[in-house]
Design a binder for this molecule. Structure first.
Ligand SMILES: Nc1nc2c(ncn2[C@@H]2O[C@H](COP(=O)(O)OP(=O)(O)OP(=O)(O)O)[C@@H](O)[C@H]2O)c(=O)[nH]1
Ligand SMILES: [Mg+2]
Length: 449
């Protein structure tokens, strides 16, 4: 049975000039043809655009442009139609309703991309890259997503799997046809270096994957410190807007205040927190509890101290609490007299009020977050946590294979681990299909994509 024809509005339904209603499936062109009277769309060439009107019986719904894509050279490898109608949710919804009445079914989230994958137009990493492009918020994350869509991750995984398969095939031949003289006998001395070489490649992919994840997802960054040290002032200075309230009163910030900015291509999700101290005020206490939770979850801590005061017990407790975190100590209020007679590792002195040394802080943040310079041209960065987790599993299977080989087990004993690694890598690109994985993955997409 051919797949049903599905339809959805692909654009966001805010006030806009144009909306796009999209359909894919065998009947996509047929269905559109029933409600578009100016031309017979069944007779037009593929990849052409047509001006006309959409009719509900005899009533004109909208003046539109219809693009016709005939299978198989389309995003989904199926017939596809895109109707460019006027903006506003009402008219787009009317057209969608009409398509549904005329034989299409409402698409699920991500179903267009899912079909592109299921019909073999793209692999799973490319499908995921489509979502990454939609969600990209910086030039770097966009470039990374485009690399994925280009199939660079796919190619890398395929080449690793090919190398593995080569070893597996050799072992199989040795097991099945031990009498063949012309097949090189595969001994541990030959196998171990091959596995080592593969293991090294995977390790280097995993090494840079942290940078990839930072670029793709951004970094949850907590601004913490005692009351009144200038946390909210720092948030405002970094964002370049007065987002958080700043006063000379201790305990001004109660609830968390969030904002994000792009720094050196990385998105920082900044969270300004309530100043942490012993407090009997019920609202302030709740804010402080929240601040502690933010510290736990944050990947980067911007720890603010007041240059104009001596270090207090509260400061020391907080320093202890965050000592194992990625942290920058910010000595604020350097425009005032220095009373903080202590130096810290990884610190930077600033004035949030006068915006002094903010660039220096930005440099420090960048250096701390990325392990080296980013080279998107020549290097593959794994950035999706699903890919990273699978790569780790595959590498673990290789390590198991190496341990088995090292205790001089017969060469066929390590085959099981090598096959596990091969299958696990296959899951990254979607060679090994699991319905639950697919449902979960594509449900994260937006409608009409
Ligand atoms: N002189 C000077 N004053 C500053 C500087 N940064 C902040 N302040 C002042 O310090 C006071 C407290 O600043 P906030 O940014 O509200 O401090 P906070 O850490 O968010 O305080 P809570 O929300 O109460 O925890 C305000 O009066 C700011 O104007 C600075 O660099 N120099
Ligand atoms: Mg504050």
């Amino acid at each position: 049975m051919k797949d049903e024809t599905i339809a959805a509005i692909s654009t966001a339904l805010g006030p806009s000039a144009i909306n796009i209603v999209r359909m894919t499936g065998d009947d996509a062109i047929n269905i559109t043809n029933k409600i578009f009277k100016e031309k017979n769309l069944l007779k037009v060439p593929s990849h052409t655009i047509h001006y006309g009107k959409i009719y509900d019986q005899e009533t004109v719904l909208d003046e539109v442009l219809v693009t016709v894509f005939k299978e198989p050279k389309t995003f989904t490898k199926e017939n596809m139609v895109e109707i460019n109608c006027h903006g506003g949710a009402f008219v787009a919804n009317k057209i969608l309703e009409l398509l549904l009445k005329s034989g299409a079914r409402l698409a699920h989230k991500g179903e267009f991309t899912e079909r592109a994958y299921l019909n073999g137009r793209i692999d799973l990493t490319q499908a995921e890259s489509v979502m990454d492009i939609i969600e990209a918020r910086s030039n770097l994350s966009l470039s990374l997503a485009n690399k994925g869509l280009d199939g660079k991750i796919y190619e890398k995984i395929v080449s690793l799997r090919d190398e593995l398969l080569d070893i597996i095939a050799h072992i199989e031949v040795n097991i099945d046809y031990p009498e063949y003289d012309d097949v090189e006998e595969l001994t541990n001395e030959i196998v171990i270096p091959k596995i080592h070489a593969l293991n090294k490649k995977m390790a280097s992919l995993l090494e840079t994957s942290h940078d990839g994840r930072v670029i793709r997802e951004g970094v949850k960054t907590a601004i913490i410190g005692r009351p009144n040290v200038g946390k909210s002032s720092l948030l405002n200075a970094l964002l370049g807007e007065d987002k958080a309230i700043v006063t000379e009163i201790q305990g001004t910030t109660r609830d968390t205040v969030e904002g994000s900015l792009i720094m050196g291509g990385i998105v920082l999700h900044l969270i300004d927190t309530a100043g942490i101290r012993e407090s009997h005020d019920i609202v302030e206490k709740m804010g402080i509890d929240k601040a502690r939770k933010v510290i736990e979850e944050a990947e980067l801590i911007l720890f603010v101290l007041n240059n104009n005061e001596l270090l207090t017990d509260d400061d020391n407790q907080l320093l202890e609490l965050t000592k194992n975190k990625k942290r920058i100590i910010i000595i604020n209020k350097i425009d005032l007299e220095s009373k903080l007679n202590q130096t810290f590792e990884n610190s930077v002195s600033i004035s949030a009020l006068n915006k002094t040394n903010i660039e220096l802080l930005e440099e420090k943040i960048k250096a701390l977050l990325l392990s080296g310079s980013i080279n998107l041209e020549d290097q593959i960065y794994l950035s999706n946590s699903r890919h990273i987790a699978k790569m780790e599993d595959a590498k673990k299977a290789l390590n198991d294979a190496l341990s088995t080989a090292n205790v001089l087990m017969p060469v066929d004993m390590i085959e099981i681990d090598l096959k596990t690694a091969w299958e696990t890598l296959g899951e990254i690109i979607g060679e090994t299909k699991s319905t639950t994985l697919l449902d979960e993955l594509f449900s994260k997409f937006c409608l009409g994509k």
